[in-house]
Design a protein around this ligand. Structure first.
Ligand SMILES: [Zn+2]
Length: 383
């Protein structure tokens, strides 16, 4: 199998360092200057910016900051040019947050500390925690990003792509994620809690009545962060359990699903809010990067018809009560999520379903569908 390199990030908090403030200011000013020059002279490559600006922007600070700032500016300019094609009135990008990017080789990690140069012979040290040290121990470390309170380290490793014999298909729904694998096992990961959290914060935000934008922004940012942390934790548990089974991943491509729930589509605002807060992409992102890190293949299949067609014979199914579907041809009643996951699996593995494969499932689905809470470790159960 071909060798490839995969990259991941790990981050930790650090205490606010006053000695970093002048460097933040310097970094920001170079990056903004580079954006200005880039737009004026129509330069987008990092190399072009470097050629144009390096000698002008050198100062008493460590010169590696210029590389990081120009890289940051180049990526902002690239994005700006891309967006400008769609919307000519787009604002010129401007960096206002305090941050730093340092390429590999500019900093040093020793004795559990990271040493960041500020000026010649002057350094700032940040102590790394156990988790970060454990993660980066055997990996090749790339660039680092430092913000006011966070340190983000990217690291990579060489992997050989695996060629797994079994695959698992994932059907993502608002309330759960259902998996079905080639060994005919299915698991339903309950994600209702994530939706409850989102609903709680939505209600909390709607109660805010003060007519003050600055306060509202600050409070909403705080709520947003809390909400994100809680929901992402649930999704992390789910994605880890799915990927840890060491199977190839098959997902449905549901890009553009937000278009279905827009204003004016004839749906209620509460329904739209619920559907649009569905974090289907976050789960996909997590599964994908975790699978890539292990060298497992990730496939995408077309989503149309997966939830309405019979997994056994392919005919249109009739909806029943309690999220069940019945097939008039095969005379079976199955859970709609399991049916969808089976359809996705069949598309991904190109296995054409033959005969009534759902018979074994009928009993199971009627009695007790194995439902697991996404947060509490149900891994032994699913095995
Ligand atoms: Zn059927």
């Amino acid at each position: 199998m071909p060798l490839s390199r995969v990259t991941k990030c790990v981050w930790q908090h650090h205490n606010r360092k006053t000695e970093l403030q002048p460097v933040f200011d310097y970094f920001r000013s170079i990056a903004n200057e580079a954006i200005r020059t880039g737009i004026e002279k129509n330069i987008t490559s990092q190399f072009g910016l470097h050629y144009e600006l390096y000698y002008r922007l050198r100062s008493e600070f460590y010169s590696q900051y210029i590389y990081g700032a120009l890289r940051c500016a180049a990526s902002k300019l690239k994005f700006y040019r891309k967006m400008k094609r769609k919307n000519p009135q787009i604002k010129i990008p401007h960096i206002s947050k305090n941050h730093l990017i340092l390429e590999g080789g500019a900093y040093k990690i020793s004795d559990g500390q990271i040493r960041i140069p500020i000026r010649p012979r002057q350094h700032c040290r940040i102590k790394l925690n156990h988790y970060v040290l454990e993660q980066i121990r055997c990996a090749k470390i790339g660039s680092i990003t430092i913000t006011e309170d966070k340190l983000i380290i990217s690291y990579s490793k060489q992997i050989t792509g695996q060629n797994p014999v079994s695959f698992v298909a994932i059907d993502r729904n608002l309330d759960n994620a259902t998996t079905y694998d080639t060994q005919d096992k299915f698991t339903i990961y309950d994600l209702q809690k994530a939706n409850q959290i989102k609903q709680t914060y939505r209600q909390l935000k709607s109660k805010f009545k003060r007519n003050d934008v600055r306060i509202r922004e600050r409070i909403f940012a705080k709520y947003g962060k809390k909400e994100r942390n809680r929901v992402h934790h649930i999704l992390h548990c789910t994605s880890k359990q799915i990927v840890d089974q060491n199977m190839g991943i098959i997902l449905e491509d549901i890009k553009g699903i937000r278009k279905l729930y827009r204003r004016g589509n004839g749906q209620g605002s509460k329904f739209r809010a619920r559907m649009n807060s569905w974090s289907f992409y976050e789960l996909q992102r997590q599964i994908e990067y975790k699978a890539r890190w292990l060298g497992l293949p990730v496939k995408y299949v077309k989503a149309s018809g997966t939830s309405s067609k019979c997994a056994a014979c392919g005919s249109k199914m009739v909806p029943e009560e309690h999220r069940m579907l019945s097939c008039p041809h095969c005379n079976i009643v199955v859970d709609r999520d399991i049916n969808a996951a089976r359809n996705i699996l069949a598309r991904g593995t190109r296995v054409v379903p033959v005969g009534i494969a759902g018979e074994a499932m009928v009993e199971e689905s009627k009695k007790n569908i194995l439902k697991v809470d996404a947060v509490q470790l149900p891994y032994q159960l699913t095995r």
